[in-house]
Design a protein around this ligand. Structure first.
Ligand SMILES: NC(=O)c1ccc[n+]([C@@H]2O[C@H](COP(=O)([O-])OP(=O)(O)OC[C@H]3O[C@@H](n4cnc5c(N)ncnc54)[C@H](O)[C@@H]3O)[C@@H](O)[C@H]2O)c1
Length: 242
């Protein structure tokens, strides 16, 4: 069975619908009042470790062992350097919610020698979202955690995957400010959530860690690694255009 957090909207909803269409039993977790698809929907804040533990226990009791866990819930919080609340919320969701989920599900997957753990990061976790330092930095932590988990669990039959899209046409983008939308549009095409979900399912089959539905992200990352100062100069030019 498959769990998707942030499953009521956008990329999470598309993931839940794709897995269900392929015949999996699906449970979605999202904030109370945000209803997702699937056999079971639980309303909770995934940054509440106790509530997350109870939710994981309940889906396992009702739907059986978790074969795929998509830790996808995220927020676009904080303009510029943001305030402390933006950093706390971003770190809680983009790092600690993934850590708590890994503690809850990965030991059992490793014991069974089967399973997939998917972290939704962002291209901002490889590159940058100029508009927001809290988003950029905590999404880098999501990528680093996925890489660390891939080393820790990769030889034990568990697939770890890290989704790193640029712009995707979801309520997060539609609800964002004009500057963020311009930044995403400057980086490349906006994809539909279902295209992104399809790329995740493909990575589950291929075993690849990094899922980049926008192919240009790989080029941008290679350019960054090859010459960081030239890349930063390019980002400053983009910043002044925005
Ligand atoms: N849309 C994009 O362009 C884009 C690009 C790169 C990465 N992402 C990432 O994709 C993921 C999904 O984003 P989306 O665009 O589908 O956004 P979205 O706003 O449509 O969906 C996010 C969902 O997460 C839920 N959520 C937020 N905080 C939660 C919490 N504490 N507990 C439980 N649920 C919570 C929201 O209620 C919402 O249903 C996020 O991690 C986001 O950072 C999005």
């Amino acid at each position: 069975m498959v769990v998707v957090t942030g499953g009521a909207s956008g990329i999470g909803r598309a993931l839940a619908e794709r897995f269900a269409a392929e015949g999996s039993a699906v449970a979605t977790f999202d904030l109370p009042g945000h209803r997702g698809p699937g056999e079971l929907h639980l309303g909770l804040d995934v940054t509440d470790a106790g509530a997350l533990g109870a939710a994981v226990g309940r889906v396992e009791a009702e739907l059986g062992p978790i074969g795929v866990y998509c830790s996808n819930a995220g927020v676009a919080a904080g303009d510029g350097l943001g305030d402390d609340a933006d950093w706390e919320r971003s770190f809680a969701l983009h790092t600690m919610a993934h850590v708590q989920a890994a503690r809850l599900v990965l030991p059992a997957m490793a014991e069974r020698g089967a399973g997939h753990f998917v972290i939704t990061a962002s291209a901002a976790g490889l590159l940058m979202l100029i508009r927001s330092a809290p988003y950029t930095v905590t999404k880098h932590a999501s990528v680093a955690l996925a890489e660390w988990l891939a080393v820790e669990y990769g030889d034990r039959g568990v697939g770890v995957h890290c989704l790193a899209p640029q712009g995707v046409r979801t309520p997060m983008v539609a609800g964002g400010d004009e500057r963020s939308r311009r930044e995403l549009e400057a980086a490349g095409e906006l994809l539909e959530p279902d295209e992104v979900a399809g790329a995740v399912l493909e990575a589950l089959r291929s075993g690849e860690l990094l899922v980049t539905p926008h192919p240009e992200v790989r080029r941008y990352e290679a350019a960054k690694v090859a010459d960081r100062d030239a890349w930063l100069a390019g980002m400053r030019r983009l910043r002044s255009r925005l």
